[in-house]
Design a protein around this ligand. Structure first.
Ligand SMILES: Cc1cc2nc3c(=O)[nH]c(=O)nc-3n(C[C@H](O)[C@H](O)[C@H](O)COP(=O)(O)OP(=O)(O)OC[C@H]3O[C@@H](n4cnc5c(N)ncnc54)[C@H](O)[C@@H]3O)c2cc1C
Length: 400
């Protein structure tokens, strides 16, 4: 490609699910958008994850309301874009292993119902009637009827294609190498290995690489990679009809500090929590582990073995089924688990990154909020908890 200088109202860096959602919503606002992606669309974490769109693993309050707003956008956007993103809303099930978890689940159920969510407790009989392959000692479940699944790569591709139809320019296989500031310290351009783009606005949607982009203008972005591994089964009979997750993991994550799941030291060390996701193709995904590592995508057989053992604990029938593939991806982690969807102290520089294990589910509300921030429209939800400066302890002026 020839090196040349072009111009855009906004440049989005990163062609994952977040960058493509931002480009799509900006293009819908008739902004002149260019997206730059150093590989193909969804070549980063968005091509190495699972496709759950959940509210069941959120905390009551802002966390839950943000996820709910995003969820409501999926059926609408699925109709607007031309690719089938595999959006299905079969609900999800949290499975409960002990009386202690059952008590905590009842409290959580009440809190989530108060948030306006379609949630209900299932007793041991009802949960086995719902999912007959569950281990016989499972004592109950918590159903969220609103949860869904989709294909994250199809979502990224679909958003990218629709943004292009609305006038956005997609520059894939192009790497951002530098950012230009004007004499007053505001954004004025982006340098890439294929030329430069003059622009007054940049959205950094580079996932786990967002800190590298931030460093180009001396801005700290506290995102780090948290590795997760996934097992893929052969096509098989229906083990479970929808997403199933262990409730104990939520308790360990959010709840009682002293709560210990009955798991092996390896499972504890690798941060394993059972997640089952059936796919449209007739196989299923088993997740997942959580480890702070480098960005080596090699899978670790010890981690995979511990994940398989955890899966068999909930669905013993899984031991009869072949695993055909495994892969690893990197969640863009932030210290408080909330994403960053924010303007910054550099005029014209915005961040949409750090969605950890929720980026697929939160992609659409992120794109919509970022478009509202840039066009100075009222936002669908108060965005203070998502601001970058929450990590810096000081306020920034509202810069357009
Ligand atoms: C195992 C696993 C399971 C998961 N399951 C779920 C789930 O079920 N539901 C859910 O909601 N979330 C899930 N997630 C989280 C979700 O996948 C992420 O939050 C989401 O994909 C992040 O998207 P992103 O666009 O921010 O990052 P990415 O998809 O990584 O996109 C960033 C892009 O920036 C590009 N880039 C970087 N540097 C440059 C540069 N200099 N120039 C140009 N381009 C650049 C990269 O190539 C990359 O494509 C899971 C994650 C993992 C690892």
């Amino acid at each position: 490609m020839s090196r040349k200088t072009t111009a855009a109202d906004v440049v989005v860096i990163g062609g994952g699910v977040i960058g493509t959602a931002v480009a799509y919503f900006l293009a819908k606002c008739r902004m002149d958008v260019t997206l730059i992606e150093r590989g193909g669309i969804a070549c980063g974490t968005s091509g190495r994850c699972e496709g759950n769109v959940l509210v069941q693993d959120k905390l009551p309050g802002f966390d839950c309301q943000l996820a709910k707003l995003s969820q409501e956008l999926f059926p609408v956007v699925a109709r607007e874009i031309d690719i089938d993103i595999g959006w299905t809303r079969k609900g999800s099930l949290l499975v409960i292993e002990s009386e202690e978890e059952l008590e905590a689940a009842a409290v959580f159920c009440g809190q989530m119902a108060a948030e306006g969510l379609p949630v209900r407790m299932l007793d041991a009989y009802a949960v086995h009637e719902d999912e007959p392959n569950l281990a016989s000692d499972i004592v109950g479940g918590l159903e969220f009827a609103c949860d869904g699944t989709l294909n994250p790569m199809a979502l990224s591709q679909g958003l990218s294609l629709k943004a292009e139809q609305l006038g956005a320019v997609m520059r894939t296989y192009t790497t951002v190498t530098g950012i230009r500031l004007d004499s007053s310290g505001g954004i004025c351009g982006v340098d890439t290995d294929c030329g430069s783009i003059l622009t007054p606005r940049i959205v950094n949607a580079a996932g786990i690489w967002a800190p590298h982009i931030g460093k180009m203008i001396d801005l700290d972005i506290p995102v780090k990679p948290r590795k997760g591994q996934v097992l893929v089964s052969e096509r098989t009979f229906q083990v479970a009809r929808r997403t199933v997750i262990e409730f104990g993991y939520l308790m360990a994550k959010f709840g009682k500090g002293d709560y210990q799941r009955r798991i092996t030291p390896e499972m504890e060390k690798y941060g394993i929590a059972f997640v089952f996701e059936p796919t449209d193709a007739g196989n299923f995904l088993i997740g997942s582990s959580r480890q702070f590592t480098d960005t080596d995508t090699t899978v670790d057989v010890h981690v995979l073995k511990a994940m398989a053992q955890r899966a068999i604990r909930f669905f013993p029938v899984i031991q009869q089924i072949q695993i055909i593939r495994s892969y690893a991806g990197f969640r863009p982690y932030t210290p408080d688990h909330f994403p960053i969807v924010s303007e910054t102290r550099v005029p014209g520089f915005y961040v949409a990154a750090g969605h950890e294990g929720d980026g697929i589910g939160l992609s659409l509300i992120t794109g919509k909020l970022m478009a509202q921030i840039i066009t100075r429209e009222p936002t669908d939800i108060a965005i203070e908890p998502l601001r970058l400066d929450r990590f810096e302890g000081r306020a920034f002026l509202n810069q357009g």
